[in-house]
Ligand binder design. Structure first.
Ligand code: SAM
Length: 238
């Protein structure tokens, strides 16, 4: 009988057999090839996505869809972003080894793991999430996937940033805001970059660069669709 490797979460549905692991590895390779065909040409980002096991970041009943290029429900009305969106945001941030990154909206923890691959062992990712159960979900997933020492997960309102750990080289906001939250600009290093979806119904992804004089340069990149950033500097909860 094939030996089953039990993962940290309880329950039979959470077990992944060696055969399934092999199937997921092939699916991951196909996902990356598909992204390459969609003209995502940043090989560092694609390599990072090849290393992160996305199936460990989705609820067990959705694992067979883990490598499809679509967002998936992770509970609490929230989603893990589609792989192409993770790739685009990571590419725009132009991440380098040793950088310190803030992510707003931990969700499943997947995007944080890809960011961690890009900044390497010398860097660190701080991710903040406003829904307590998702803080636990992201933390458990990151541990299962082996990123617990490279990613720190916090509970709180990410529109305020994480002043205790600022300044950050890069900031990745994974929920849509009405405007760029001033605390995030303050906590970005001069010369640092931030990606952030702006807008409510119609949203666009922006690349923000903090200039040497402390101002910002803002460039629209593409139309997107994200869940809202809730809280001070974001939208009101409905
Ligand atoms: N990066 C996540 C991943 O890899 O699974 C996907 C994030 S999901 C698209 C957006 C997340 O932002 C949700 O989990 C939501 O709860 C969170 N969020 C919304 N407003 C927030 C806030 N003010 N502070 C922190 N997280 C927030």
């Amino acid at each position: 009988m094939k030996e089953k490797r039990k993962e940290r979460c309880e329950g039979a549905a959470d077990e992944v057999t060696e055969e399934e692991e092999a199937r997921f590895a092939s699916a991951r390779l196909r996902m990356v090839e598909r992204l390459r065909r969609q003209r995502i040409a940043d090989e560092r980002v694609l390599d990072a996505m090849l290393r992160v096991k996305r199936h460990l970041f989705v609820p067990p009943h959705l694992r067979s869809y883990a490598y499809e290029d679509c967002p998936l429900h992770i509970g609490e009305g929230q989603t893990i972003s589609a792989p192409h969106m993770v790739a685009i945001m990571c590419h725009l941030l132009d991440l380098r080894k040793g950088e310190k990154v803030l992510e707003v909206g931990a969700g499943s923890g997947y995007h944080a793991a890809v960011l961690a691959e890009l900044v390497g062992e010398e860097g660190h990712v701080f991710t903040i999430e406003r829904i307590r159960s998702l803080v636990d979900f992201a933390s458990q997933n990151l541990k299962k996937a082996g990123y617990e020492h490279r990613v720190s997960v916090f509970f709180g309102n990410g529109s305020l940033g994480l002043p205790k750990f600022a300044p950050f080289d890069k900031i990745c906001v994974t929920c849509a805001s009405p405007d760029v939250p001033p605390p995030l600009v303050e906590q970005l290093k001069e010369g640092g970059k931030m990606v952030i979806p702006l807008g409510s119904v119609l949203q666009d992804l922006y690349l923000i660069e903090k200039t040497r004089s402390g101002g910002i340069r803002k460039e629209r990149k593409c139309a997107v669709s994200f869940v809202p950033l809730i809280g001070k500097y974001g939208f009101r909860e409905r």
